[in-house]
Design a protein around this ligand. Structure first.
Ligand code: IDC
Length: 482
């Protein structure tokens, strides 16, 4: 009997270790050729399943020599199964055969390294798991553990176009809508049709960087079916001003991650205290010159130039905007820019004003929108009435809101939150919810400690606010496609 080469022995040991996973199917068999050791183990887990659809998470482990670029292959056991939207890989399906090719950022896989990818799929009569996989053509077969799907959920995510044979599958929000522009009081997609973007805001990057990783962003794009990630970069409070290069880099990386997943990325220059945006004017010019140069060629970046001006006049905010917008336009002429409004982006209401001051004295620039923020337990009918009135005259984006009080804490106000979101849906006003984090406060979507782990999909990790927002966001978008 021939002894297995070292790489193969290592592979068998590793395969035994992953085979114990409860909900996965693990297959592992090292295949050896004369040139390079190869082998893989794959864990395929159905993270969520509902009538007609499912989310699968797939972990690919390289048991052979270093790979620089890989393609995973598998065959669905049932002819009714289809990949509809994938992330962290480029998917193609021909008949029941699926391939998932690595992206720029996860193609290099060292010996024994793993990477996670995933997709949403559809099924008709049954949804059995695939039992055999290939990695770069190497067939991996071996012991399998039957997968038991997670309990079904009543929510059904957005329908996706059926893939045509051998074409890349998946219709992400950016793939469907492309470069956005302001059209009248709406945000329009590449077909010049009004759309609403729904998504989540990060918490302060200086505090919650551990919440933004492959798993959490896969959950946002896949399980949550979000359209948008708002990247909140505080300027003060140990933020940008303490390390401009470091925070610029962190924002750039998150924009790349959003882009890889087909999400819109909103870059939030999170001014708060002091409330006068002019205090940060030079920092804003430096920051936006850098990020707009870096992302100029992308079609999914939205710039939010000041979070919540307060204690200053509208004319000061307008003056700030008219100095920062040209810096962005010099690099990225077609991107949508959002301007904060007086009174913590309340259109002036929280400081006794209203939107008339803006309507009568608009920012001198095209392709811009005005920010409105609310916290549902604090801001109710009079704020809603003002937004509805303003929305007839101004393009508005709710770049931040909470389901709780303006402190970011307290209980979820389900009825006010529902009234707000129903109105925003009706007016096609986009929104980002504060926050996609595990902060110990009512506005956070995840339970404290979640970001120390690797599980973000599903409802078990969510707070009341997270559950509420996930079920609002993952309903079908029905973006116009002509
Ligand atoms: C809050 C955070 C809280 C943090 C505080 C620091 O939720 O954890 O300690 O900022 O400044 C806003 C702001 C946003 C606030 C949020 C809740 O844009 O920064 O976050 N809020 O208070 N405007 C209204 C409410």
């Amino acid at each position: 009997m021939r002894l297995l080469p070292r790489a193969s022995r290592r592979a068998l040991i590793a395969a035994g270790a992953v085979g114990a996973l409860a909900m996965g199917v693990t297959v592992a068999l090292p295949v050896v050729n004369a040139m390079a050791a190869s082998g893989c183990s794959v864990t395929y887990t159905i993270a969520n399943q509902w009538q007609g659809g499912f989310t699968a998470n797939v972990t690919v482990k390289n048991l052979g020599d270093q790979l620089n670029g890989w393609t995973l292959g598998f065959t669905f056991p049932n002819s009714g199964q289809q990949v509809t939207q994938g992330w962290s890989a480029t998917y193609a399906q021909s008949g029941a055969n699926v391939t998932a090719a690595s992206m720029s950022y996860n193609g290099s896989l060292a010996t024994n390294a793993s990477t996670g990818i995933g997709f949403n799929g559809s099924w008709t009569s049954a949804n059995p798991v695939p039992t055999s996989f290939t990695l770069n053509g190497t067939v991996c077969t071996g012991s399998t553990t039957p997968s038991s799907p997670a309990p079904s959920s009543s929510a059904s995510p957005r329908p996706s176009a059926s893939p045509s044979p051998s074409q890349p599958v998946g219709q992400t929000p950016v793939a469907i809508n492309g470069q956005l522009r302001v059209c009248g009081v709406n945000l329009c997609n590449r077909f010049n049709r009004p759309i609403q973007l729904r998504g989540m805001s990060t918490h302060g990057l200086q505090w919650f960087a551990n919440c933004y990783n492959d798993n959490s962003l896969n959950a946002l794009a896949g399980d949550w079916q979000a359209d948008l990630l708002r990247v909140s970069m505080y300027v003060q409070e140990q933020g940008y001003e303490t390390n401009p290069a470091g925070f610029t880099n962190q924002v750039n990386n998150l924009v790349e991650e959003a882009t890889e997943r087909g999400l819109y990325a909103m870059i939030d220059f999170h001014t708060l205290t002091p409330g006068d945006p002019m205090y940060n004017l030079e920092r804003a010019k430096t920051f936006f010159a850098a990020v707009s140069a870096r992302h100029a060629a992308k079609n999914n970046v939205i710039y939010e130039i000041t979070n919540e001006p307060n204690g200053v006049s509208w004319s000061t905010i307008k003056n700030y905007a008219e100095q920062v917008i040209p810096v962005i336009r010099a690099n990225d002429p077609d991107a949508v820019v959002i301007v904060g409004t007086r009174g913590w982006s309340s259109l002036g209401v929280s400081e006794g004003g209203n939107s008339t001051e803006i309507i009568n004295n608009k920012v001198n620039a095209t392709n811009i929108m005005y920010a409105f923020h609310f916290y549902a337990a604090s801001h109710k009918d009079n704020y809603r009435a003002e937004v509805e009135r303003a929305a007839a005259a101004l393009p508005i984006f709710v770049t931040e809101f909470g389901t709780v009080t303006y402190t970011g804490g307290g209980a979820v106000d389900q009825s006010s939150s529902t009234a707000w979101l129903d109105m925003l849906d009706r007016l096609k006003i986009g929104y980002a919810n504060w926050t996609y984090s595990d902060a110990s406060e009512g506005s956070a979507a995840f339970k404290p400690g979640t970001c120390n782990g690797s599980q973000y999909a599903g409802t078990s990790v969510l707070t009341e606010s997270g559950n509420f927002m996930r079920s609002r966001i993952r309903t079908a978008d029905n973006f116009p496609t002509s």
